[in-house]
Design a protein. Structure first.
Length: 110
């Protein structure tokens, strides 16, 4: 059983910035694990990121938000980078930079 089950009620109460900031944490962990050749930690972080992406997409679809397309695209880029034969550091840095903006926004608004 996946110990990273998302509390959907609590997750849906978060802003999109908070959700994306949390996704950033797992995306960054996945990429760092790949850089450090730690496949076990990479897999665990990737699973957690996918769970958070899916919970966010579910929330956005329920709200009929057009932001769901953007989150789906971000998920696609994240997974594309991890599943390539060769890790693209430039793409990973770009993806991390995209997500980091959300984490920064959350901190600035607290």
């Amino acid at each position: 059983m996946n110990k990273y089950i998302v509390n959907h009620k609590q997750w849906s109460d978060m802003t999109i910035f908070e959700q994306m900031g949390n996704i950033y944490s797992e995306v960054s962990r996945s990429f760092n694990a790949r850089r450090n050749k730690n496949s076990e930690y990479e897999t665990l972080s990737m699973i957690r990121a996918i769970d958070l992406f899916d919970a966010t997409i579910e929330c956005l679809i329920k709200k009929k938000s057009i932001k769901a397309k953007e989150v789906l695209r971000a998920k696609e880029q994240f997974l594309d980078n991890l599943y390539r034969n060769t890790f693209d550091e430039e793409d990973a840095a770009s993806i991390e930079k995209y997500f980091m903006q959300f984490a920064i926004a959350v901190r600035l608004n607290r």
